[in-house]
Design a protein around this ligand. Structure first.
Ligand code: ZN
Length: 260
């Protein structure tokens, strides 16, 4: 069994966890078997949906920050499970077949047979161990330091996916996702300040919210979280390779880590 996550240790005194949920393209064979599109279509869907090179941004931030942050990475593609979605009826993306286990592609085509009968197996095999391990890391940081700040690192495409729920919104260089309970005002200000060299920031447009493990969600204010949705063209080129400007984006992340 392939583990669905990896923890890269940070400084024992760091309360920052960089979460990288969408950078991998890996789909285990038994999961691929239940995906109905062909290999070429999977490649193009992965090009569209993967937050390509966000892991590299996190690695640079880990190396260059004053106090080394922790990294929690999804080692598998979001086409396996999407750890950022609610695994139940609370998830608004269920309506377009893109809940915790997708049945539709970013273009709205069939990805898995509907209704998909393997959802519970994927949740048990990949989603639950992932969120349990994340909960454990947050708990250990809370025990050590009494507070945790999760920086949820994503990228998004310049053009809107056809199969989405957030049409006609702003698409700034940096979209900062917040939660009314877990994102304090000073954390938002730090993120805005850190990003000035990259470009314009917007709050919760075109993507809203940020990752908090469900155990702490809405109940433990010691767990702070902010999402950085970085527009992909600010740091990767048309071949999805890091462009020269990626250093500005990585530096913004380093600045934010240092300000927390
Ligand atoms: Zn993402």
């Amino acid at each position: 069994m392939i583990s669905s996550y990896q923890v890269m240790q940070g400084d024992p005194l760091s309360c920052v966890i960089l979460h990288v949920p969408h950078s991998s393209r890996i789909i285990p064979g038994e999961v691929r078997a239940n995906i109905v599109i062909d290999d070429a279509e999977i490649e193009s869907e992965l090009n569209e949906m993967t937050d390509t090179k966000t892991d590299q941004l996190a690695f640079i931030a880990q190396r260059q920050s004053t106090l080394k942050p922790w990294i929690f990475m999804n080692t598998l593609s979001r086409l396996v499970i999407d750890p950022e979605r609610f695994p139940d009826e609370r998830e608004v993306m269920n309506s377009v077949g893109m809940g915790a286990v997708y049945t539709r592609t970013s273009r709205g085509n069939l990805l898995r047979q509907e209704p998909f009968t393997g959802t519970n197996i994927l949740i048990d095999t990949y989603f639950t161990p992932y969120s349990d391990a994340f909960t454990e890391l947050v708990t250990s940081r809370l025990d050590a330091l009494g507070r945790v700040t999760i920086i949820d690192v994503h990228s998004y495409r310049t053009l809107q996916h056809p199969n989405s729920i957030n049409h006609d919104q702003e698409r700034p260089e940096i979209c900062i996702g917040t939660d009314s309970f877990h994102t304090p005002e000073n954390l938002i200000q730090s993120a805005q300040e850190a990003c000035t060299a990259v470009g314009r920031t917007e709050l919760n447009q075109p993507y809203a919210g940020t990752y908090i493990p469900l155990k702490f969600y809405g109940v433990d204010p010691r767990v702070q979280s902010i999402m950085m949705e970085i527009r992909a063209d600010t740091f990767v080129d048309e071949n999805l390779e890091l462009s020269d400007s990626h250093t500005h984006v990585a530096h913004a992340l380093v600045s934010l880590v240092n300000l927390v």
